[in-house]
Write a new protein. Structure first.
Length: 214
């Protein structure tokens, strides 16, 4: 009788854990600009490299004025494929501020950009939001000398979207971003921690069931 109760408890707990991800925000991050990221998004670039100033680009609005520069001229370095899309993009430079918030129009579920700091090896965070809810924060160490990296995320929760991205250089350095992308599509998330835990508990339940039969 006692073994049966333990078996029942384990099965119930496993099923409960497995259902939790359905009620949580699920997401996928991209470390490189490969498919499906590039095929499901539109590339809005990084300005025209003219040296002018802009406060918006495509569906992106910026919390600070961004300075349009070109890697082939005034910015000087970036990175190379496959880490980034191009080694010579046009970029948008914060020109002083160490943080900027990108506000999105059109309710995209996939958003990304490349980033390189002005100087040093900097810890950079990009917090992706669905309204006031944090989906996840992508945190990378990025080198200023040909070290640009991709910050990109897809919200895979049905009906959800990305409304803003708060970018912060945690070493208080300014930075440039490029290859701003946004779009929507179906991306399959990898099994999350809770799902793996639930599957593990079901494995324990199987062992418990064998013990009950024995």
């Amino acid at each position: 009788m006692r073994k049966t109760s333990i078996f029942t408890f384990i099965v119930f707990a496993a099923l409960l854990v497995l259902t939790l991800p359905a009620y949580a925000d699920s997401f996928v991050t991209f470390s490189q600009p490969s498919a499906p990221y590039t095929t499901m998004t539109t590339n809005y670039g990084g300005g025209d490299g003219s040296g002018g100033y802009i406060t918006s680009l495509g569906p992106f609005s910026f919390s600070v004025t961004m300075y349009e520069r070109a890697v082939t001229a005034s910015w000087e370095t970036w990175n190379a494929p496959p880490a980034v899309e191009s080694s010579t993009p046009n970029v948008l430079y914060t020109n002083g501020p160490s943080s900027v918030t990108l506000t999105l129009n059109g309710s995209p579920s996939i958003v990304g950009f490349e980033l390189e700091p002005d100087f040093g090896n900097d810890a950079v965070s990009a917090a992706f939001y669905n309204g006031a809810t944090l989906i996840d924060s992508v945190n990378l160490d990025v080198n200023w000398s040909s070290g640009a990296l991709l910050f990109a995320l897809a919200d895979t929760t049905p009906g959800a979207s990305i409304s803003s991205v708060a970018i912060t250089d945690d070493t208080s350095d300014d930075f440039a971003i490029a290859q701003l992308r946004a779009g929507s599509g179906t991306v399959t998330p990898e099994p999350g921690t809770l799902s793996l835990l639930g599957l593990g508990m079901l494995g324990l339940a199987k062992l418990a069931y064998r013990n009950v039969k024995a």
